[in-house]
Design a protein around this ligand. Structure first.
Ligand SMILES: NC(=O)c1ccc[n+]([C@@H]2O[C@H](COP(=O)([O-])OP(=O)(O)OC[C@H]3O[C@@H](n4cnc5c(N)ncnc54)[C@H](OP(=O)(O)O)[C@@H]3O)[C@@H](O)[C@H]2O)c1
Length: 345
């Protein structure tokens, strides 16, 4: 049984999500060069930046952690500066601005456009292919971990472990196709210029303020029906995902390495039932489980990185506690239930 961790507020949550693993600290001792995080202003970037700062401190190493974003949210910039991260405002779709960024050896590329309004599909392609092109061209001497998504695979049979890195990427819908576009643009530069890259295919990070578990937990708590047509998914604690992202800097290569990053497959019905037990509520279901789902085989990740540190039950307990005590929501739905390829906000 896992030790129960109780998180009372956002500050405690952010600290907990940015605890460095020993392997991350060891990596910092031998890493050559500073760290640049592109697209730091989103849901995962601030805790990744904080994690990098803490790992460097624990390793006793002096390096810069630089965060780049448009900083649409100015508050987030101030918070990052206070953590010891040097912030640079830059629109990665502006090539002149990209060319003024400092050349840094280690890059985590997290920028992207996720979901939008009907009729704005072209924005996916702009953000997910043009910005990668400016970045990869300018930083061709750097090592780059590129955040991508398990959406580049199509639905896979639920009675299988899901697609692994050697399976074909056949994305469904414009968003997912643009994400494969992001990968292919980086791959192009990697093969043409020898840039060392790792394509980090993430399936659903778990924060307590957003994510697949948060959404299901909220529905159970409020007595709303849980749709089980997308019957399975893969999730991973954001702190584990971020530690792995930094450690991926050791696994970059040309042509690019590919890594599925996620936890073991979970059944949505079972997750809702477990929330029901913890919250003492009876879950209500709607829909019929499909025979396929968006899945990801994490065997290679476990071989490279070991098991995620935070178990599913621990994530469930923390999420239930967070929801029942009225914890904040980022109001950023994952749309993990989507089956028609259209991720609309
Ligand atoms: N979170 C997940 O569960 C999950 C799952 C699968 C894949 N991913 C991928 O992982 C990456 C990080 O995830 P996330 O959840 O943190 O994403 P996110 O919340 O969408 O954050 C990405 C950030 O990139 C910045 N950005 C967007 N356009 C930019 C531009 N033109 N120039 C500079 N910065 C720009 C934005 O911050 P500013 O507004 O400050 O510029 C944005 O908040 C994303 O690429 C996402 O596709 C995430």
């Amino acid at each position: 049984m896992d030790k129960q961790v109780v998180i009372d507020n956002e500050q405690e949550l952010e600290e907990y999500m940015s605890v460095p693993h020993n392997e991350t600290v060891e990596l910092m001792k031998k890493l050559d060069g500073d760290i640049l995080i592109l697209g730091i202003g989103g849901k995962m970037g601030p805790t990744l930046g904080n994690l990098a700062v803490k790992a460097l401190k624990k390793a006793g190493v002096r390096k810069k952690v630089i965060g780049v974003s448009r900083f649409s949210d100015i508050e987030s910039r101030n918070k990052l500066e206070n953590l010891g991260i040097t912030c640079i405002q830059c629109d990665l779709l502006n090539q002149e601005e990209v060319r003024q960024l400092p050349k840094v050896k280690n890059i985590i590329y997290m920028a992207g456009r996720k979901f939008g309004l009907r009729g704005t599909d072209y924005l996916y392609w702009g953000m997910n292919t043009i910005a990668p092109s400016y970045t990869a061209d300018y930083f061709s001497d750097s090592n780059i971990v590129v955040f991508s998504t398990g959406n580049v695979y199509n639905f896979w049979p639920c009675d299988s472990p899901g697609p692994n890195e050697t399976d074909p990427a056949v994305p469904y819908g414009e968003y997912s196709n643009s994400c494969l576009g992001r990968e292919r643009v980086f791959e192009y530069y990697s093969r043409e210029k020898g840039t060392k890259i790792l394509l980090y295919r993430l399936n659903y990070a778990i924060d307590l303020r957003y994510g697949v578990l948060f959404e299901i937990g909220k529905q159970v708590n409020e007595g709303r029906p849980v749709n089980i047509e997308m019957g399975y998914a893969n999730v991973i604690w954001q702190g584990d995902a971020n530690n792995i992202a930094l450690r991926c800097l050791e696994h970059v290569s040309s042509p690019p390495e590919i890594l599925n990053v996620t936890g073991d497959k979970i059944r949505i019905r079972d997750i809702a039932a477990r929330f029901g037990e913890i919250m003492k509520k009876e879950p209500v279901f709607e829909g019929k489980e499909s025979s396929t789902a968006l899945l990801s085989d994490n065997s290679k990740m476990k071989k490279f990185m070991g098991e995620p540190r935070i178990s599913l039950d621990q994530m469930l307990q923390m999420t239930a506690e967070w929801i029942q005590s009225g914890g904040k929501s980022l109001e950023k739905p994952t749309h993990f239930q989507t089956r028609d390829g259209q991720y609309l906000d």
